[in-house]
Design a protein around this ligand. Structure first.
Ligand code: 26R
Length: 821
């Protein structure tokens, strides 16, 4: 043994400065005197990374030495956003870094702004995975995140003449200081080919002869926990061509076509599929899923083998959580390896996967459940398709036993959909092979039990759990809203609410205290000024921070009903225009703020964006209206934009048709930041209103249980449409908001087509908006509601969600590595 000197980067101000200069000179190879903001950001990020890497290596070693059971979190998406501030805050070193940067002539906050968002996800599901990583690290759970390193993340949105245009998001343009490329960790991934039944040792054995081999290379990102030495790993796979494959081509003498094949391989992790509106059975997407899970399963097995235990013990050391059905093939891949490579029996192997795997569903509408064409599966993954048939065969026998001679049950529950075309139903597969299935809110879990998977619930009631989502208070309060965080620490007399969010409830007791209210609204005002500055910088539009900031930010979708919001805005505009000067004095001035992306092929959603922008042009330029009403559409909604908008909201809207939003995690972030909720009784709003108190949130509209009957009334033309609603449709039709063809959009609301019940909920929406205006006029009342929103949001920390996963599903315990040795 050679004893090596220990190396540990110090964290005092002078050492930080020294490391920063080191990275400027040796990593970036630049002169210290000649470094721009981007260069300074990169050098700073590298110096932070050094500190994370040390902790991260120690943590992994600690888990390994202690032989602890671990969870692998599998997700096709991680919407991380920026990492620099998060890392510095979680290290508890923001003051030192700020001082060091100041000494060197930089402003730390300006350097934060240099960083590109890691937008490796569409929205809720991907951001949830990022919040969960933060909580798992913070609470010292032994966990790994697995996903894909897309070269291009969520598309960049630009608005031209009111219309959305999509541009590639090359987030790696300036390098990614947070990742470590691990050329030593690489696995082969196979596709296509044929299967043959062979005799091995006198026993029949199915052999797969694949046709394509691509390599998965690991890129590791350290995930620091807040104020703990523990640092987790997020391992993202990137595709690379395999050498053997290349050599065949080179030998055939065709250099250029061989290089063409290289880029073909790399295409697997080139881009995130940006569609959340309708399921697209694209071959490349299926290959992405299998690529991610195959590499992950090989990695889990390699690490398990180091324990020298038998493979039947796998579930005692590893559990796997699948973020929606997208990674379900992981279980099939493990089954394949156990049977085909390890020679275990089907029954034994099946027990292993069943004990290890669990599944979270994020979908409500059955039509959005993932299903893959059998033709495609047989082509891309023939051996896996065999195994799925075998699983289905065993499963249908169980169904037959429970419900003899019930063809209907067999057809509905089968993993295979037979007609009109043949598909593999991924959620059915996931429910069958996992020991636990959970929804993401109480109402969503209840709908899973009664409407989406009722027969599975009858067969296996014990499998169905409900774990309400959560968000990390570190990013969404401490980092995004320092003004308010400092206040909370002051009024709770402890900073520990960031690790125990239930402590916020103590604010309720003080919500009437005048001086708290005053400081609270001042903090909100500062955040509103910051957002107003951003709006002016981006759109050249001045808005007054004295106005009520009314925000709806999320993916643009018919079910989320941004259209209801903008229809109301038009109604409000025409109402104000018809008022006398005297009446206008009583109007609560509002700035209505939207942001969100529409799937590129979702025409109706894009035309909603067009309408919002056209309305904003008309209203914002109407001298007659002034500050009474402004409409803002902020382009390119992303994590870092949400961090500016959310702390500045007085009111936030979550107005999906009841029974369509599985959760909606943004409402939790808004409530934590003292924004008052305007919502329908759907997803997270049901639980938020219970925690905050029904009288402190504004809810309206059709309840989920009434939706089916109202829908049929609308379809049959039996629902009388509100004249104010119809009047708005007419002015759009007349062309008051531009000559764009809004006919398809208007048709989606007329002739019995109003599936999302905008016309039905409109009168109640107008009424609740009037109540909001009235409440905003009474500052004591409003501030109290705002404080109570924060006070009631303790339940919605992702720390609580993760504890539930750990105790109820994973059965794992924290393993805390104390500081460096
Ligand atoms: C297959 C295709 C149509 C598709 C549908 C939906 C692709 C991607 C999605 C995104 C889904 C899975 C998603 O993000 N769901 C959201 O998950 C959040 C976290 O649980 C919830 O808050 C949110 O309500 C839900 O829509």
């Amino acid at each position: 043994h050679i004893s090596l000197p220990s190396y540990s980067p110090d964290t005092d101000v002078k050492s930080i400065e020294k490391f920063f200069v080191h990275h400027v000179e040796y990593t970036l190879a630049r002169y210290r005197g000649n470094i721009n903001q981007m260069g300074a950001y990169r050098a700073l990020a590298m110096s932070v990374r050094d500190r994370l890497i040390e902790r991260w290596k120690d943590t992994q070693l600690y888990f390994k030495k202690n032989g602890v059971k671990r969870v692998a979190y599998l997700s096709m998406e991680y919407l991380i956003g920026r990492s620099l501030q998060n890392a510095i805050v979680n290290l508890g070193l923001e003051e030192n870094f700020s001082a060091a940067m100041k000494n060197l002539g930089y402003v730390l906050e300006d350097l934060y702004e240099q960083e590109a968002d890691a937008g490796l996800g569409y929205s809720g599901l991907g951001r949830l995975a990022a919040c969960f990583m933060d909580s798992m690290a913070t609470m010292d759970y032994p966990a790994w995140g697995y996903g894909l390193r897309y070269k291009y993340g969520m598309f960049y949105q630009k608005i031209k003449n009111g219309c959305q245009f999509e541009y590639p998001d090359y987030w790696l343009e300036n390098g990614n200081p947070w990742e470590v490329e691990r050329l030593d960790i690489m696995y082969p991934i196979h596709f296509y080919g044929t299967c043959k039944m062979e005799m091995v040792d006198g026993k029949p054995h199915m052999a797969w002869y694949p046709q394509q081999k691509i390599l998965a290379v690991a890129y590791d990102t350290p995930i620091p926990g807040y104020l703990t030495y523990n640092t987790l790993n997020l391992r993202l796979w990137s595709a690379q061509p395999s050498k053997e494959f290349d050599l065949d081509q080179f030998n055939s003498g065709d250099l250029y076509s061989s290089l063409g094949d290289r880029s073909h391989a790399e295409r697997i992790t080139a881009v995130l599929y940006p569609n959340d509106s309708s399921f697209e059975g694209k071959e490349l997407r299926l290959k992405q899923q299998y690529f991610m899970v195959s590499a992950t399963v090989q990695d889990l097995l390699r690490r398990f083998r180091e324990s020298k235990r038998q493979l039947t013990d796998f579930p005692e050391l590893v559990c796997v959580q699948m973020n929606d059905s997208h990674p379900t093939l992981a279980a099939i891949e493990l089954l394949r390896i156990l049977i085909d490579v390890e020679g275990m029996s089907y029954d034994e192997s099946y027990k292993v996967i069943c004990k290890s795997f669990s599944f979270t569903n994020h979908v409500v509408a059955r039509s959005n459940l993932e299903k893959w064409s059998i033709e495609l599966m047989e082509k891309v993954l023939p051996r896996h398709m065999h195994l799925i048939y075998e699983i289905n065969h065993h499963f249908l026998q169980q169904v037959e036993k429970k419900w003899p001679n019930d063809q209907g049950k067999l057809t509905h529950m089968s993993i295979i959909e037979e007609s009109p075309e043949r598909y593999v139903r991924m959620a059915n597969l996931a429910i069958v092979i996992c020991h636990s299935v959970n929804g993401v809110t109480e109402i969503h879990s209840e709908m899973m039990r009664t409407e989406v998977f009722p027969d599975f619930f009858k067969l296996w009631p014990e499998r169905f759990l409900s774990i309400t989502n959560g968000v990390t208070p570190r990013r969404w309060m401490l980092e995004a809203n320092r003004e308010m965080s400092d206040l909370i620490t002051k009024w709770l007399r402890t900073p520990s609410w960031t690790l125990n969010l239930d402590l916020l409830s103590d604010l309720a007791r003080q919500s009437d205290v005048g001086s708290l209210q005053k400081q609270w609204s001042l903090a909100k005002h500062i955040n509103k000024e910051r957002l107003a500055g951003y709006i002016e910088k981006t759109l050249g539009l001045k808005v007054s921070p004295e106005s009520l900031f009314d925000v709806q930010i999320k993916r643009v979708h018919q079910y989320k009903r941004q259209l209801l919001n903008i229809i109301y805005v038009i109604h409000r505009y025409t109402t104000i225009k018809s008022m006398t000067i005297e009446e206008r004095r009583k109007v609560t001035p509002r700035v209505v703020i939207f942001a969100g992306k529409a799937a590129a092929n979702y025409a109706i959603a894009k035309s909603i964006i067009q309408l919002i922008n056209n309305v904003s042009v008309v209203i914002n330029n109407d001298k007659n209206i002034g500050d009474l009403l402004k409409v803002v559409f902020l382009p390119n909604y992303c994590v870092s934009l949400a961090e500016i908008i959310i702390p500045a909201a007085d009111l936030s809207q979550h107005i999906s048709t009841a029974g369509t939003e599985a959760c909606g995690t943004s409402a939790m972030k808004f409530a934590m930041n003292g924004s008052i909720i305007l919502g329908t009784m759907d997803g997270s709003i049901v639980e938020l209103s219970k925690e905050i108190g029904e009288t402190n949130v504004f809810t309206f509209g059709t309840r989920a249980y009434d939706v089916p009957s109202r829908r049929s009334a609308v379809r049959n033309g039996e629902w009388g449409v509100d004249s104010r609603f119809e009047a708005v449709l007419s002015v759009i039709e007349r062309g008051d908001f531009g000559s764009h063809d809004f006919a398809p959009l208007l048709n989606s609301l007329r002739y019995g087509n109003d599936y999302y019940l905008l016309s039905v909920d409109f009168p109640a929406y107008v009424e609740v908006q009037d109540n909001i205006d009235a409440a905003y006029k009474i500052p004591n009342l409003w501030n109290k509601k705002s404080i109570l929103s924060t006070a009631g949001s303790g339940k919605f920390s992702s720390d609580r969600s993760i504890k539930q996963y750990a105790n109820q599903i994973w059965k794992i315990k924290p393993a805390r590595r104390s500081g460096p040795i």
